[in-house]
Ligand binder design. Structure first.
Ligand code: GLN
Length: 482
């Protein structure tokens, strides 16, 4: 679209973009044109965006550029952001990657997105994901598969795969995803980007399509820690629309600094058999580096790790089966044309409108909540969730951070793990702990394998310790500008 050459730096950093616009060396309009051009070029292959708001973005660029010149612009002026198809944005489509929400248009803008807009960010489009954010591969049955920009035969991860691939392919500065069990961090690891899941309740969930309400978090995917911190700072904070949203003050995350000698716990299972050797080696190199800085680094054995996936998949499917009951063919989106009465309307609309993974989870969730199995599965999982939370909190009272690889492997092939949901679920082994406990966690690039596929380092901290977490992540990030 645009023939103006745009330096890579301003496409990969919000602050660099802002500075260049303020200094007069870059126009926001030409930057938006550049991103639209990148989307036109790469999206047919990558399939990261399901809708692009090009004209609106250009109109906004003009308006915001004036504000920058007048010195009245918000914190995110100069930023171009994509949003996952689970976030409500007034008068824009919202489908949660599902046919059941065919042609659904949002009537309001959710809090997180509204705060981005109020801070003068430009929303450039809506991004592909796993249906209802259920999955690890962004192989969407209705919108097609998101491809990894480093290798189109590999997945970009999920469920915020479109959001991560869009950043990886430099189609926008950053994306806003959602993370219920790793959906921001795992795709970030697979695409060499930074993915942040904040503390549960740090960002309002109003306007986020619910998957599992006691786990769901909105989080940014960006090229660097600084942008992630800035986006969190803008989106976080009390909201009268979400009574679970924390009213704790929001720190200046983008200015956070580290102090003192840190104590780092490394999860013993980071070195277990299923973890790829390149990932173990890169983690060992990091450990040596931390030791050389005088930090205490100790291996810890988290004995409840084996139960994490069970807890996660029991409780999230139970919550999902309840949350998704509202999609009945009457109130929203898709309605089966074959229905002959109310019951067949419900049954046919739901059978035709939901894809296989969503159906599997609704059935599993309904089963674990059924009268005969409630105590055996749901109640037990809630109890073990409490134990995991307590054990993790105890650990994080002794150490500043708990670290491990974000995923045991690099991005897998598009046709791998398709017939085996359990194998797919195992990919979440390291990411679900933070959601089970509600603590913040970040994935930053840790390295690449010989085939240039990236992998990530996950850092977890105690609840509401995002400042410390982001400062440590910044200290350990690999420059993506190289
Ligand atoms: N991969 C996990 C799942 O399939 C995480 C999903 C998420 O965080 N939304 O449930």
């Amino acid at each position: 679209m645009s023939s103006v050459s745009i330096p890579a730096e301003v496409t990969k950093s919000i602050s660099a973009s802002r500075k260049a616009i303020e200094g007069g060396s870059l126009s926001l309009t030409s930057l938006v044109q550049h991103f639209i051009g990148q989307i036109e070029l790469h999206n047919p292959k990558v399939n990261a965006f399901v809708a692009v708001y090009g004209n609106e973005a250009l109109a906004e660029a003009d308006r915001i550029e004036q504000k920058i010149k007048a010195g009245t612009a918000g914190k995110l002026a100069g930023a171009v952001i994509g949003i996952k198809d689970v976030l409500a944005y007034q008068n824009h489509g919202l489908q949660s990657g599902s046919k059941i929400l065919d042609n659904f248009v949002s009537q309001f803008t959710g809090t997180a997105v509204q705060r981005l807009i109020d801070a003068d960010a430009i929303i450039i489009g809506r991004q592909n994901c796993d249906e209802f954010a259920m999955g690890s591969a962004s192989k969407n049955p209705w919108f097609g598969t998101v491809k990894n920009f480093a290798n189109p035969e590999k997945v970009a991860g999920g469920s915020s795969g479109g959001s991560a691939a869009a950043v990886q392919a430099c189609m926008c500065h950053a994306s806003i995803g959602s993370d219920t069990g790793g959906s921001v961090r795992q795709p970030a690891a697979f695409t060499g980007t930074v993915g942040l899941k904040p503390t549960y309740s740090r960002i309002s969930r109003w306007g986020l399509v619910a998957y599992a309400s006691s786990f769901d978090c909105i989080g940014p995917i960006a090229h660097n820690v600084e942008d992630s911190a800035l986006l969190l700072e803008v989106m976080a904070g009390a909201d009268t629309h979400d009574s679970t949203c924390s009213s704790k003050p929001v720190d200046a995350y983008s200015k956070a600094e580290l102090s003192g000698k840190l104590k780092i716990a490394v999860l013993k299972q980071s070195f277990s058999e299923g973890v790829q050797p390149e990932i173990k080696n890169a983690l060992n190199t990091k450990i040596e580096h931390w030791k050389s800085l005088g930090y205490t680094v100790e291996e810890v054995d988290f004995s409840l790790l084996d139960y994490l996936l069970n807890i996660y998949y029991i409780i999230t499917t139970a919550e999902a089966s309840s949350n998704l009951s509202r999609f009945d063919g009457v109130r929203y989106g898709y309605r089966s044309e074959k229905a002959t009465d109310l019951e067949s309307l419900y049954k046919l609309s739901r059978s035709e409108g939901f894809g296989p993974e969503v159906k599997r989870r609704i059935m599993l969730g309904t089963f674990v909540l059924s009268a005969s199995y409630y105590d055996a599965y749901f109640t037990k999982a809630q109890k073990v969730r409490r134990l995991v939370k307590e054990q993790t909190e105890e650990l994080l009272s002794k150490y500043d951070f708990l670290v491990c690889p974000t995923t045991p492997t690099v991005a897998f092939g598009i046709n791998e793990k398709v017939d085996n949901p359990i194998e797919m679920y195992l990919n979440d082994i390291f990411t679900v702990q933070a959601n089970v406990c509600g603590i913040p966690a970040i994935s930053i690039p840790l390295g690449e394998n010989a085939d240039k596929l990236p992998f990530g380092l996950q850092i977890m901290a105690g609840a509401f310790q995002e400042s410390k977490l982001l400062a440590f992540a910044k200290q350990n990030e690999i420059s993506t500008l190289a």
